[in-house]
Design a protein around this ligand. Structure first.
Ligand code: NAD
Length: 294
């Protein structure tokens, strides 16, 4: 496993992280024993970064991850969770909720500190509140030693630019913006890098769109993009290539991206994804697929 520094934090983070949304059942009901085994295997194989949110499975993901991490040396794990989003349409970015949410998450995760606390999906809330109330509340938790680093997550890129100019966040989490069908994150990476902001990339498999199983029903992408991804999967299949290999490898190669979060639901996916990282590139296949998506 390769480890990278995460911005100006002193964290050395594994090049892929364990995305915990699947633990909350968002890709279908999980077998808890299988999911816990997957977490253990990931730790054993050198994955040191685990991300969840109280939103994933409405606290289920945090509870399952908490159980899975019991007995594992806490100092060897970088744990991130989030505040602000608690349901599809349930947001609360107030300072009071930040404190309550942190305590509840820490309890479910069976820890007394969180390495990375993120404001979750900030585009759904006025940015002014995030800047003037939510981030200062996170900063207080940091000063109290309860949280090591703070940041924001979301989809639009302009929110990251606005936030990083208004508040000294340690890192940002962006999703589906540096993968085979969308590389727009690269437009703001130099600015974030210059400011020393750590970059966490998520959803390298497009929340399932770049896999043969396809996206879950709730996937927010347009039908056009879903169809294009399905065609890409089929095109690769005719050539004996698994698109997952190209997708994961591609998303982990940008020098300014410290880690890429991928949801792993079982030990097979953990083994597969780690094997893919160790594989050599096939530049010809990659170019073909990038042209296909261009
Ligand atoms: P993803 O691109 O990781 O896709 C996950 C899907 O790919 C799941 O269905 C999983 O079963 C499947 N998969 C994984 N490995 C596979 C393999 N080897 N072969 C076939 N299928 C495989 O998308 P994601 O779940 O959105 O992102 C990963 C993580 O990033 C999330 O769990 C979460 O932690 C984080 N994230 C955060 C935000 C946010 O903060 N706003 C948004 C998106 C994602």
């Amino acid at each position: 496993m390769k480890y990278n520094f995460l911005g100006k934090t002193n964290l050395q983070i594994s090049e892929i992280g364990f995305g915990g949304s699947g633990l909350g059942g968002i890709y279908g009901a999980i077998d808890e024993k299988e999911a816990i085994e997957a977490v253990h295997l990931a730790v054993q194989k050198g994955v040191n970064y685990f991300d969840v949110s109280p939103y994933y499975g409405i606290t289920q993901a945090e509870s399952v991850l908490g159980k899975a991490l019991e007995g594992i040396d806490r100092k060897k794990i970088i744990l991130s969770t989030k505040v602000g989003r608690y349901g599809y349409n349930d947001f609360d970015f107030s300072a009071a909720k930040v404190n309550k949410s942190f305590q509840e998450s820490a309890k479910r995760l069976k820890t007394d500190y969180i390495d990375i606390l993120l404001c979750h999906d900030i585009e759904f809330n006025p940015l002014q509140q995030v800047i003037e109330e939510t981030l200062p509340a996170l900063e207080r938790l940091k000063k109290e030693g309860k949280v090591r680093f703070i940041g924001v997550s979301g989809y639009p890129l302009d929110i990251f630019v606005e936030i990083c100019q208004a508040y000294p966040v340690d890192l940002i989490l962006s999703y589906q913006r540096y993968c085979l069908f969308n590389t727009s994150l690269s437009l703001i990476l130099p600015l974030l890098h210059e400011k020393g902001i750590g970059i966490i990339n998520a959803s390298p498999l497009g929340m399932g769109m770049l896999t043969s199983s396809g996206p879950p029903e709730w996937h927010p992408a347009t039908e056009i993009l879903k169809r294009k991804c399905k065609e890409a999967v089929e095109l690769c299949q005719t050539q004996g290539i698994n698109l997952v290999n190209l997708a994961l490898k591609f998303s982990t190669t940008h020098p300014y991206i410290s880690t890429t979060l991928v949801s792993m639901l079982n030990s097979f996916q953990v083994n597969e994804n780690i094997r893919i990282l160790e594989e050599r590139w096939n530049p010809e296949s990659l170019n073909k697929i990038l042209v296909f998506f261009s």
